[in-house]
Each structure stands twice: as structure tokens, then as C-alpha cells.
Design a protein around this ligand. Structure first.
Ligand code: C2G
Length: 163
């Protein structure tokens, strides 16, 4: 049984995440995903608060058929303990982490694999696109009242509550 370990925030789960998880699983028999807690994401990784809370992101990851186990990622330095505790043989990340001191030190303990990132999609791009879409709706007034929510037009009211 070859065990694979990967980490991420996996917020607004998208095609890039799914492709990463599918390829990670193909490198072994059992895939463990360390999902960043909300605190770790905002305080340690310095990214904006995830749209979906930790529990929701874990539920969504658990529903992905390539994923066998979801664990919390709460600290940068938990990876060696995770490798020992879950007997990981391989650690896989997207190529944006290649060469990072956050991972390179793991080479002495596991096979460390960086997979090409999926171009054209990211959580922050989704957020930007949706915002651009929302503000481009034909109201026009709200731009002047920066900070005030745009008046709810019939189109916006038709938008699903959860995107
Ligand atoms: N990813 C990808 N293609 C994209 C977007 C993301 O292959 N278009 C990969 C990333 O490289 C990462 C994984 O999907 O391996 C999860 O991405 P994020 O949720 O953005 O997580 P990240 O901020 O990279 O967190 O300790 C490590 C961190 O938790 C990694």
C-alpha cells in the first residue's frame, strides 16, 4: 500500500484542485489530504479567509473519490510528524511549491513530487471574476457609493445564494 500525502486550502474547490488530487492519487493507493484550517490559512499563510469554512472544505474533499483521508493542516512544521504518523511514502504538491523551503527538506524522508499546476483557474481568480461579474451588472450607481452594497437588481436576486 503506497500512501500519498498532499496539502492545501482547497477553497472554492475547482478543476485545478481536482486534477491535482487525481494525479496525486495515481502515484499511490491511498491519498491523505492536509486541509488548511481557517486560522492557519489566514494567520500563517497570510491569505484571505477562505470562503468555505474548514469543516465545509473537509466535507467537500472527503466527497472527492480520489481522497481517502482528510486531516487538518494547522502548522507549517507538522509535515514530518504527518509523514511518520500516516506512513506516507510520497508528498505531492503543485509546481508553485517547487523549490520551497516549506517542502524541500522533506526529500530526506519521502519521495517529493511537484506536479504541473493547471493553468487558467485559481480560487482567487474565481473570486475576482465573480466580483467583476457582480459589479458589471447594469446598475451603474453603486460605483459612486464605494463600500455600499450594490442595490439588489432582479439579475442579482436571481443569482444563487451560494455560488
Ligand atoms: N493547484 C493546481 N492548479 C491550480 C490551483 C491549485 O495544481 N490551478 C494545486 C496547488 O499547487 C496545491 C493544491 O492545488 O498543490 C491546493 O492549492 P491551494 O488550495 O491554493 O493550496 P496552497 O495555498 O497551495 O496550500 O502547506 C502547503 C499549503 O497548504 C499549500
Amino acid at each position: 500500500m503506497k500512501r500519498v500525502l498532499t496539502y492545501g486550502t482547497f477553497d472554492l474547490l475547482h478543476w485545478g484542485h481536482i486534477r491535482l488530487l487525481k494525479r496525486a492519487k495515481s502515484l499511490g493507493d491511498y491519498l491523505i489530504v492536509g486541509a488548511s484550517t481557517d486560522e492557519f490559512a489566514t494567520e500563517d499563510k497570510g491569505v484571505r479567509a477562505p470562503y468555505h469554512k474548514f469543516e465545509t472544505r473537509c466535507d467537500m474533499l472527503s466527497a472527492v473519490r480520489y481522497v481517502d483521508l482528510v486531516i487538518p493542516e494547522a502548522r507549517w512544521d507538522q509535515k514530518l510528524k504527518d509523514i511518520q504518523r500516516y506512513q506516507a511514502d510520497v508528498v505531492v504538491m503543485g509546481s508553485d511549491w517547487a523549490g520551497s523551503h516549506r517542502f524541500e527538506y522533506l526529500r530526506d524522508h519521502v519521495d517529493l513530487v511537484f506536479l504541473p499546476r493547471t493553468e487558467g483557474v485559481s480560487t482567487s481568480k474565481i473570486r475576482r471574476d465573480l466580483l467583476a461579474e457582480a459589479v458589471s451588472l447594469p446598475t451603474g450607481q453603486h460605483a459612486e457609493n464605494a463600500g455600499e452594497p450594490a442595490p439588489v437588481t432582479s439579475q442579482m436576486a436571481a443569482l444563487p445564494r451560494t455560488v
